[in-house]
Ligand binder design. Structure first.
Ligand code: MLC
Ligand code: AMP
Length: 503
């Protein structure tokens, strides 16, 4: 094959007048129309003199055109680099510099702010707005709707997704065509997706879940998606009767359960509800079954590996577990210090190996070596155990990470900012339970001797520099931070002390 990713996800739909995207206003975009749009965009990208392997960084709202840009990058052999729309210019600077992107695509509204950065990086800057307007599509509309896919192999890179690190510095996870294809094709089988499926798609398309799990699975199966710009409860309730399946983060399910309009009748015809990206409380699983009769299928994955485990389609979907390793994924639980495999049932570090595991962190050989073993096992940073029936339980995190509504927040990044503020001696950021987002960050500060930190000013600083979802929900001044004998801050003690702040 000339270009496996394009051929197996997109090319297979050439010329088909079958629905691919159902938009909330009722408009339907067929596979053929979508591929026309992608080919026009691929011609546009090549017209900018981009070469296979070049990075295309995009920070744009979810739209059919944004998805077509992903397809166009696959077709032209470019590395697609989607970025959270919540990132500030400050945060974007690092991603654009670090990736060496040749093209940056943003909203018209951000063009002025990003222009100096793009210029400094010698990157081209084009725009694509939520309504499909902007310089990129303007040019694409004048292009031919046909494009010969660039020759690529399964080992070539398809995408970079940036993931934060415990040191506070983001790392570009390099995903090959094989990483994406193997996972998509496995998931189609294990979750029984077919051309009859209509997936209710309310996730963002800048992360693994919405792009590589939801979209790639639908593409590989030939089904269609109800493509919502975001999770809007009214739209989801209105359109669920036309869907067969839904994928979401736990917040989607708690929000549905919080609304009386979400009844068993509304969900009765649905084939499958899938949850992931953050722990689904066993209580949510049970309430969902009581309300609808459906057992949510929970699975476990991450940016570096796509999906690793899944509860079974046919067998028991066990609440509070993430099911079994996928058919082509090997998993072991190891001693975090020695790396030795632990006996079944013991809690340790989850490690995974398979065609889904990424190619390493872009230009960070030491970080890659620290997490990806030479024998191919990836050290996930998640702590878990396998029960007597083989179900994997995630019991905690070896990495200092907060997951809010499915978005990752690395405390270190917030702590570095808080430590820098006037009157602050030191800080610790912890995740505490939150009824809507699962967890939310709280900043604990210790004042310099004799100083009184201005909490409003510090919050304003955090708001100016960090994406909205990372903002500490509360700042609290403490006399001191609890430390163990080694001098390490005891975050567990702090999490226990502040566990009830929002519940
Ligand atoms: C939005 N806000 C958030 C937030 N999302 N704050 C904290 N955590 C979040 N996740 C902000 C908004 O900007 C807004 O700010 C305020 O919180 C309330 O907004 P909202 O309208 O209630 O939020 P909403 O826009 O509805 O978004 C919530 C959400 C969304 C849960 C629908 O965050 C979402 O779609 N999350 C999915 C994340 C995801 O796809 N993760 C997959 C990662 S891949 P203001 O200023 O108005 O107060 C991965 C691998 C794997 O992890 O295994 O899948
Ligand atoms: P990300 O880096 O955004 O891909 O986030 C991946 C992390 O999300 C994993 O390492 C886990 O900590 C967490 N995660 C994903 N799915 C689940 C799940 N079903 N249950 C618990 N944690 C999960």
């Amino acid at each position: 094959m000339a270009n496996p990713l394009y051929d197996r996800l997109f090319g297979i739909h050439a010329g088909k007048d079958t629905p691919f995207l159902h938009l909330p206003d009722g408009e339907v975009i067929t596979h053929a129309a979508f591929l026309d749009m992608a080919a026009r965009l691929a011609n546009t990208l090549v017209g900018y003199e981009l070469e296979p392997g070049d990075r295309v960084a995009v920070q744009i709202e979810k739209s059919p055109e944004a998805l077509a840009l992903y397809a166009a990058c696959a077709q032209a052999g470019l590395v697609f680099l989607p970025l959270n729309t919540a990132y500030t210019v400050n945060e974007l600077t690092y991603f654009i510099e670090n990736s060496g992107a040749s093209l940056v695509v943003c909203d018209d509204a951000n063009q002025t702010a990003l222009a100096p950065l793009a210029k400094m990086q010698e990157a081209r800057l084009e725009t694509l707005n939520a309504d499909g307007s902007g310089s990129l599509m303007r040019r694409a509309l004048g292009m031919l709707p046909a494009f010969e896919p660039a020759r690529r192999t399964e080992d070539d890179l398809a995408a970079f997704l940036y993931t934060s690190g415990t040191t506070g510095r983001s790392k570009g996870a390099m995903l090959s065509q094989a990483n994406l294809l193997s996972n998509a094709e496995t998931l189609v089988q294990v979750w029984r997706f077919t051309a009859e499926d209509v997936l209710l798609h309310a996730l963002p398309i800048f992360h693994t879940h919405g792009l590589f799990v939801a979209t790639n699975v639908v593409l590989a199966s030939g089904g269609s998606m109800i493509f919502l710009p975001k999770f809007d409860l009214n739209d989801v309730l209105r359109l669920m009767p036309q869907a067969t399946s839904m994928m979401g983060v736990p917040t989607f399910y708690t929000r549905l359960l919080g609304d009386d309009r979400f009844t068993g009748d509304l969900a009765q015809h649905m084939r499958l509800f899938i949850s992931g990206s953050a722990p689904l409380l066993a209580e949510t699983h049970e309430r969902f079954e009581t309300r609808t009769g459906h057992r949510i299928l929970e699975r476990y994955g991450m940016t570096e590996t796509n999906m690793n485990t899944s509860n079974p389609y046919d067998g028991e979907r066990r609440a509070g577990t993430v099911g079994f390793p996928l058919p082509d994924v090997e998993m072991k639980v190891t001693d975090p210090d020695s790396g030795e495999t632990l006996p079944q049932g013991e809690i340790g570090m989850i490690e995974v190996r398979g065609p889904n595991v990424f190619q390493g962190y872009w230009q960070m050989p030491e970080k890659t070596a620290a997490e990806l073993r030479e024998d191919g096992f990836f050290i996930t940073g998640d702590l878990g155990r396998v029960d007597e029936d083989g179900y994997v339980h995630i019991v905690g995190r070896g990495k200092d990470l907060i997951i809010s509504g499915g978005f990752n927040i690395y405390p270190k990044e917030l702590e570095m900012l808080l430590d820098d503020q006037p009157g602050v001696l030191e800080s610790a950021v912890i995740g505490v339970p939150h009824p809507d987002f699962g967890e939310t960050p709280v900043g604990l500060l210790v004042a310099e001797p004799g100083a009184t930190p201005d909490l409003d000013a510090i919050m304003a600083r955090a708001q100016a520099e960090l994406a909205r979802f990372k903002h500490p929900r509360k700042l609290i001044v403490l006399d001191e931070l609890p430390r163990n004998t080694m001098g390490k801050v005891q975050k567990n003690a702090l999490r226990a002390r502040f566990a009830d702040l929002f519940t």
